[in-house]
Ligand binder design. Structure first.
Ligand code: GAL
Length: 378
């Protein structure tokens, strides 16, 4: 039986006598609303300058259709702009075709959240040739030419995940950890991982924690994440104390596997996005923490930037994007707006409801009602 302590492809042998049926889907896997490539009902209906938005998918995280789409539509309209919001459904060709359509339709600004950095960079080249400013939304397209980048401090997101894991393990010496990480084609996945390692790296080195296995999951595919986790768990004789899951979708897939052996609620599982499913898992005690990234702040920042750019007010846009992010591939500094992420454990879930990101009815269901009552969530 071989295990990998390194990132990358895990060499797995199924442990003798202990096999787990491969999982079908994750507990947090509900996709967002919104149809494949459905444009916002308002496309063409707004009064102001046309702004195109292309979102990456609906499967990796419920956020894009549940949060990003409605909040971007609202924020762009509040800026007097005419949003056309589409979702590439994880398909790079579709992403490119949707962006081409928007460029040909003469959008004044293009807001991109690409399925991978290469297709994002390619679209930016075409937009630049057409004289259309671009904003990298949430994900930086390495090697690209975007004019601005609006996101959260994603290294900080990873550090909060590492802190949450350590807090949950409560000093258990030699705790065994499995890492189920974000897509290697998503620069955020790399930043989350790097942020986590600032916390857990020294603990692996000292032996306080033991890294069992680690893998970046292509396209953040929740099912693949669950299958990979199951293989790592089997290869480790069914033993795990903590799981660094890079977002709530992957966390849900991990929890589904843990439920098969009654380890849910015992192993410490991290997440990100504060989705309704992720928050329910935290209220049930199956997930230890998530990272709340108020998408309303991200959408508002992108809309304000787009509003300035649509008016040709570059100075005004620059005055908003006062941070800077290094694109290590294109070797350029990108003017940025970087927002602050928030660590959410069970005692803090009410904050997410109070901020308006989710409703109590989204997370207080039969299994979690007692926890909601105890926490004053209503
Ligand atoms: C990341 C994003 C996270 C998470 C993940 C899965 O790029 O920043 O919030 O949603 O994608 O889609």
């Amino acid at each position: 039986m071989r295990k990998t302590g390194r990132r990358g492809t895990a060499l797995i042998a199924v442990g003798a006598g202990l096999t787990l049926v491969l999982t079908a889907c994750g507990a947090n896997s509900s996709g967002g609303g919104g149809g494949a490539g459905s444009s916002s009902p308002s496309a063409g209906a707004g009064g102001g300058a046309k702004v195109g938005v292309v979102l990456p998918d609906t499967a990796s995280s419920a956020r894009y259709e549940s949060f990003d789409r409605p909040l971007l539509d609202k924020a762009l309209r509040a800026e007097g702009l005419d949003p056309d919001i589409q979702n590439a459904q994880g398909d790079v060709q579709k992403f490119s075709a949707l962006a081409d359509g928007m460029i040909n339709n003469g959008v004044k600004v293009l807001i991109l959240d690409a399925p991978n950095t290469d297709v994002g960079a390619a679209v930016e080249k075409k937009a630049q040739a057409a004289g259309i400013p671009t904003i990298d939304y949430d994900r930086l397209n390495l090697g690209g030419s975007s004019d601005y980048y609006v996101s959260f401090d994603n290294t900080k997101v990873g550090a909060l995940q590492g802190q949450g894991l350590v807090q949950g393990l409560a000093g258990k010496q030699g705790a065994q950890v499995i890492e189920i990480e974000g897509a290697a084609t998503d620069n955020n996945g790399t930043l989350f991982y790097e942020g986590q390692q600032t916390v857990v790296g020294p603990l692996y080195k000292s032996g306080a924690l033991k890294l069992v296995a680690s893998q970046r999951i292509p396209n953040w595919d929740n099912q693949a994440g669950g299958t990979t986790f199951e293989q790592f768990l089997t290869a480790n004789g069914g033993k795990v104390d903590g799981v660094l899951a890079a977002n709530d979708g992957l966390a849900g897939a991990v929890i589904t596997v843990l439920k098969k052996t009654g380890q849910n609620g015992k192993a410490i599982v991290t997440g990100q996005d504060a989705t309704p499913d992720g928050l329910q898992a935290i209220l049930r005690g199956d997930q230890y923490m998530t990272v709340f990234k108020p998408i309303s702040d991200e959408a508002n920042a992108a809309a304000k930037l787009a509003g300035a750019l649509a008016k040709g007010d570059k100075a005004g846009a620059d005055a908003q994007a006062t941070a800077s992010t290094q694109d290590t591939k294109a070797n350029r500094a990108v003017k940025s707006v970087l927002l602050t992420p928030i660590l959410i454990t069970k005692d803090k879930v009410k904050q997410v409801v109070d901020q308006g990101s989710v409703k109590a009815s989204d997370i207080c269901v039969s299994e979690t009602q007692a926890a909601c009552d105890q926490l004053g969530i209503k």
